[in-house]
Design a protein around this ligand. Structure first.
Ligand SMILES: C[C@@](CO)(OP(=O)(O)O)[C@H](O)COP(=O)(O)OP(=O)(O)OC[C@H]1O[C@@H](n2ccc(N)nc2=O)[C@H](O)[C@@H]1O
Ligand SMILES: Nc1ncnc2c1ncn2[C@@H]1O[C@H](COP(=O)(O)OP(=O)(O)O)[C@@H](O)[C@H]1O
Length: 279
């Protein structure tokens, strides 16, 4: 069985508070994008295994995709070995949710293979025990996420932009970024104050804001440089996604996005991906 696992971007991410367990409450607009990993699930194999040719991705039972399979079979009450092959296209530890998306896809693929024993809501609850972003990928469409990211309300306004992603050679730890966040210094509240789910003709480019950006950008000035380059080339807005470091720019037309991508990849340091928002 072959499945595509999309990446996500956070069009805004406001951290509203810190919980006693160290997690953070969010108010975030999340959207899946067309940059995808490809998973191949093989059934009827002698033992469970996983292969992935990316150096930062573990090929053992700690992999989120393997953990998702374990969780599914435990909930099902029967175990069958499965081999998971991951063709990694989504930059790793980059703020694009690749591991969470792989885990969500495994849960959904196994659920389909075994005749839908669990509802989508049940799978989302299962996914939450693997990571705060996993329920979003099971939800599968643009959404406003609150709680630690698991409370999802569909965002139904059309987002008509082409997305240019700029990924870097460095990766960051999500836990480290949240830990270094000074809640007294966040600034998204002001920007997204006027956001309303009901507003028509809403232009997300006016609301791009990420409370985690200053934390990651203080270590990696390339983030600010990439954002400026995107806007200088005609992006309607640019932002770091999630805990970073990947930056995205929103473009009204594909030609300008493509041309910008060609120009910004010339420094040999930045990897550039042109994508569409899904849903
Ligand atoms: C920042 C975001 C924005 O979408 O995405 P990424 O940058 O990871 O893609 C998410 O909040 C990341 O979600 P995810 O990566 O699934 O988080 P988890 O594995 O559950 O948690 C990793 C660590 O991040 C911190 N964490 C995560 C989510 C949250 N709402 N508050 C937190 O404080 C916790 O310290 C936790 O130990
Ligand atoms: N299937 C997977 N794909 C990517 N990373 C994985 C996977 N399983 C475990 N990981 C680990 O999870 C961490 C976060 O990876 P990823 O989900 O790509 O980033 P992010 O949290 O920034 O969205 C990495 O350090 C990686 O080693």
């Amino acid at each position: 069985m072959e499945v595509l696992c999309p990446a996500k971007i956070n069009l805004f991410l406001h951290v509203t508070g810190r919980r006693p367990d160290g997690y953070h409450d969010l108010f975030s607009l999340m959207a899946p994008v067309s940059l995808c990993d490809r998973l191949t699930l093989r059934f009827g194999v002698p033992e469970t295994g996983l292969t992935c040719d990316h150096p930062l991705v573990p090929e053992n039972e700690t992999n989120l995709a393997w953990r998702a399979a374990d969780l599914f079979f435990t909930a099902l009450g029967q175990y069958a070995p499965v081999h998971i092959g991951i063709d990694k296209q989504i930059p790793v530890a980059a703020g694009l949710g690749g591991g969470s998306s792989n885990a969500a896809s495994v849960l959904m693929a196994l659920n389909r293979h075994y005749g839908h024993p669990f509802s989508r809501e049940h799978l989302m609850r299962m996914g939450l025990s693997l990571g705060a972003d996993v329920p979003f990928f099971i939800f599968g469409k643009p959404a406003i996420a609150t709680g630690i990211g698991e409370k999802l309300v569909p965002y139904e306004n059309v987002i008509h932009y082409h997305v240019l992603l700029i990924a870097f050679e460095f990766s960051v730890s999500t836990a480290g970024v949240y830990k270094n966040l000074n809640l007294g210094l966040t600034n998204c509240k002001k920007i997204i104050k006027s956001f309303s789910l009901k507003k028509q003709g809403f232009d997300v480019a006016h609301y791009l804001c990420n409370d985690l950006e200053t934390v990651t950008a203080s270590d990696y000035p390339d983030i600010i440089l990439a954002k400026k380059s995107l806007v200088d080339h005609g992006a309607k807005g640019a932002l770091m996604s999630g805990s970073g470091p990947t930056v995205f720019g929103l473009f009204s037309d594909a030609e300008t996005a493509e041309k910008t991508g060609r120009s910004l990849s010339q420094n040999g340091k930045w990897a550039v991906y042109l994508a569409n928002l899904i849903g």
